[in-house]
Design a protein around this ligand. Structure first.
Ligand code: UT7
Length: 328
C-alpha cells in the first residue's frame, strides 16, 4: 500500500500581472475568442515579463507557501521544482530558488514530468520525508510556457499560460494529508507533445532555429484522447488501492488543460462535473503549475471541508500521468 504520511503545512501560488484575453490573442494570430472558448474553455491567461524567469514565479509562490506553513526558512531541507521551462538547461531552477529564498545549503533538484510534474514531485517528496532523512520539503510547480510557445502555430499558442504554485510538506504538524499516490508513464510516442530541439538528440543549430524546433509542438487530438484515458486509469487504480469509489471523492482537482477533457473524464468516472474544480478559464494550461495553482485557489475559496477527500489528477508529455489522494 502506498500510504503516505506527509501533510501540507502551507500552500501558495502566483501568476504574473499581465493578463492577455482571447480578444487580444486574435489580433496576434488567426483565431477567435469564440473558437478558443468553445474548444477549450479558456478566456484569458497570464504572461510573464521578458525579465521574469520561472524561478522568479516560483519564488513568489514559495514565499507565500512558506509563510502560511508557519515554519522558518532554515527548517526547509529539501527543494523540488517541477518544470519543463527551467531558467536554463542547467543548473536547476530549484538551485536558483534555493538561493533566491536564502535557504540553507539544502538538497535541491528539478523534476521533469511535464504537466504531471507537481504530482510526481509530491510522491517523491513524500517518500524522501518518510525515509526520515529530510524533515520539511518545499515542492513547486512553475512554468514560463510563453518562453516555448510558437506564435506562428495557432493550434498551440492559444492554450498555455505562465504561473507557479507551491506546497510545504512535512511529516509533522497539521494540514491536509497526502494519503495515496499513483504515477505512470508511456514513452512510446514522444512526438505527440514535445520540444524537438535543444537537447542532446538535436542540439541547437541555425537549422533547428530556422525550423522552429525550440518551440512546443503537439498533436492535440491524440493528446486529448490519451489524456482522458490515462487520467481515468490513474484515478481508478489509485481509488481501487484505497477501496474508494469515484463518487466518494468530494473534490477532483484535474490538470487544467481543456474543459472538454475535464467533462469527458467526469462522464467516464460517472461523477457530477460540479465535483471538478476548474480555473483554466483564467489561466489557460500552466503545465506543472496547473495543479498547485488550482489547489491553492480552491483552498483559499474555502471549498474543502475538514475530513473531505480530494483527488488530484494530471497527464502530460511523455506521456506521464499521476494521481494523488488527499484527506483535507
Ligand atoms: O497539458 C497537455 C497539453 N495539451 C492538451 O491538453 C491538448 C489536448 N487537446 C486539445 O485540447 C484539443 O485537441 C485542441 C484544443 C488542441 C484542439 O481542439 P480540437 O477540437 O481537437 O480541434 P482540431 O485540432 O480538430 O481542429 C479543428 C479546426 C481545424 O480546422 P479544420 O481542419 O477543421 O478546417 C484547425 O485548423 O480548428 C482549427 N484550429 C483553429 N481555429 C481557430 C486549430 N487551432 C485554432 C485556433 N483558432 N487557435
Amino acid at each position: 500500500m502506498d500510504q503516505g504520511k506527509s501533510v501540507i503545512l502551507g500552500l501558495g501560488s502566483y501568476v504574473p500581472e499581465n493578463i492577455v484575453d482571447n480578444q487580444a490573442l486574435s489580433k496576434k494570430v488567426d483565431t477567435s475568442d469564440e473558437w478558443i472558448r468553445s474548444r477549450t474553455g479558456i478566456k484569458e491567461r497570464r504572461f510573464a515579463r521578458a525579465d521574469e524567469s520561472t524561478s522568479d514565479l516560483a519564488l513568489v509562490a514559495a514565499q507565500k507557501a512558506i509563510q502560511e506553513s508557519g515554519i522558518s526558512n532554515d527548517l526547509i531541507d529539501l527543494v523540488i521544482v517541477a518544470t519543463i521551462t527551467p531558467d536554463m538547461a542547467f543548473p536547476s531552477t530549484a538551485c536558483q530558488l534555493q538561493h533566491k529564498l536564502g535557504l540553507g545549503k539544502v538538497a535541491s533538484f528539478d523534476l521533469e514530468a511535464a504537466c504531471s510534474g507537481f504530482l510526481y514531485a509530491l510522491d517523491v517528496a513524500d517518500a524522501m520525508l518518510a525515509s526520515g532523512r529530510y524533515q520539511n520539503a518545499l515542492v513547486v510547480g512553475a512554468e514560463k510556457m510563453s518562453s516555448i510557445m510558437d506564435w506562428e502555430d495557432r493550434t498551440t499558442c492559444v492554450l498555455f499560460g505562465d504561473g507557479a504554485g507551491a506546497a510545504v510538506l512535512s511529516q509533522k504538524g497539521e494540514g491536509p494529508s497526502l494519503i495515496g499516490f499513483r504515477c505512470g508513464s508511456d514513452g512510446a510516442n514522444p512526438s505527440l507533445l514535445y520540444q524537438p530541439a535543444g537537447g542532446s538528440r538535436s542540439p541547437a543549430s541555425a537549422e533547428t532555429i530556422e525550423n522552429r524546433e525550440h518551440y512546443l509542438q503537439m498533436n492535440g487530438r491524440e493528446i486529448f484522447k490519451s489524456a482522458v484515458r490515462v487520467m481515468e486509469m490513474a484515478t481508478r487504480e489509485l481509488l481501487k488501492d484505497h477501496g474508494i469509489g469515484p463518487y466518494e471523492v468530494d473534490h477532483y482537482i484535474p490538470h487544467q488543460a481543456n474543459v472538454r477533457i475535464v467533462e469527458s473524464l467526469a462522464n467516464r468516472l460517472e461523477v457530477p462535473l460540479e465535483k471538478f474544480f476548474c480555473n483554466l478559464e483564467k489561466h489557460g494550461n500552466t503545465s506543472a503549475a496547473s495543479i498547485p495553482l488550482a489547489l491553492d485557489e480552491a483552498f483559499r475559496a474555502g471549498i474543502f471541508k475538514p475530513g473531505q477527500l480530494g483527488l488530484l489528477v494530471a497527464f502530460g508529455a511523455g506521456l506521464t500521468w499521476s494521481a494523488t489522494l488527499v484527506r483535507f
